[in-house]
Design a protein around this ligand. Sequence first.
Ligand SMILES: *Cc1c(COP(=O)(O)O)cnc(C)c1O
Length: 522
Amino acid sequence: MLNRQGRPTAAGEAGINAHPTFTGNKALAQVEPLLFEIGRYDTTGVDIDEPEAFTPRLGGLERKEAIGLPGLSEPETMRHYVRLSQMNYGIDTGLFPLGSCTMKHNARLNERMARLPGFSDVHPLQPVSTVQGALELMNELGRYLVTLTNMTAVALSPKAGAHGELCGMMAIKAAIEARGEGETRKVVLVPDSAHGTNPATAALIGFVVKPVPAREDGWVHVEDVKERLGPDVAAIMLTNPNTCGLFEPQVAEIAKAIHDAGAYFYCDGANFNAIVGKAKPGDLGVDAMHINLHKTFSTPHGGGGPGSGPVVLSERLAPYAPVPFVHMGKNGFELVEQASDATEKPFGRMTAFHGQMGMYVRALSYMLSHGSDGMKQASEDAVLNANYIRAGLSDLLSLPFGNKPCMHEVLFDDAWLKDTGVTTLDVAKAMIDEGYHPMTMYFPLVVHGAMLIEPTESESKSSLDLFIATLRDLAMAAKNGDKERFTGAPYHAPRRRLDETRAARNPILKWTPPSPVAEAAE
Ligand SMILES: *Cc1c(COP(=O)(O)O)cnc(C)c1O
């Protein structure tokens, strides 16, 4: 069955719909071709008068041919994007159990605050005297972050978690070079369970990555770290709580061993949302840690990049914090923009300007509306919700490290799928049919067929109950031999299962008009 664009209809693709439609739409769910396929070159959404004759001054660089952009009316354009948005799944449509990514509710209050013109309309090149309120807000956010983590300094400018890692590791590198050990301390220890960005960050700035192997209990052991320590080690990059959803019980001993060996402790703080108000990384011996505002402090993911991954630094690393930073001067708040204006030794700068103002406003709005007791309770509820899911599924799904309490996320492996012919990927696809975004799959790598589930504190008990019931139904179906429900899934999504390997290896990133020959052949 072909739709009006001559492409197979969603119903035809599915092969399970006995009533394929002419349009390809299914009831009120619309299929949507590319803009290029629905637009026409001879149409525009606005009427513009032909320009008067003029002589171009582009020195021969002016365009000689038609621009080739599709023209659509305003309603057609509007519908195109609204229809695409309706195919999207987000935290505003349902539970988003992506472990490690922490998809929590983005409070509407934060959005209102960020849209206040005094915040949304500031320009990074405005005179400092005209943006005192914005600087005060940045200063206040920094103060909260430093207090919640018990650290000394904060760099607000990094634009994401991975960018924050780079910032923290550059501060460590600067500190090591200042000690005259830049040539000898080249090794960074990274546990096998780490997020891929950790080894990538270390390697990017010239460190040699040495893995710390995973143990059967999911924890990093101080003996394993000690064994690898020496005068060549610059730092360890450790995530706590780790990516198996477990708090590292030996973290303080690991920190001590690292410091005794003259190295630094970088903590990947992506999972800070599990311990805000309960434990302070500074108390655990951390020297640098990034904070993903989009994971811990409810700023939105995506939509132009997460936007902000501030880094907190210990006393030992604080002098190397990058510019710019805000400080209180004689005439109000000032921005230290140049390394030469700083009293310390900043390693440089991470971004052109000061960072993502909109995210600062949202994060501080979250902090102020929750208060210290509210932030602590959010951590507790996030952990409670993850454990509720663990308890609700532990008789059917398998837990790689035994049925012990987890932190904010619960990690299952695929041992429970043995002999069913169903894989972790199949379960994820079947979840799409049930209206859920899949959990994080195949990460962390230390567990076979990993399924990492993080409900966050946003979910109500009834929402969790439905999610658990759905997964129980799927688990039962897999165990009872209903393989088809999985291997053919998703049946109901706008697109069926994609060839992800081919898409990654041979991406088609450019639309080319269908050639007349191909059209005739169809
Ligand atoms: C999300 C995450 C990162 C990277 O953060 P981004 O903001 O996506 O760059 C690093 N480590 C861990 C453990 C994470 O979950």
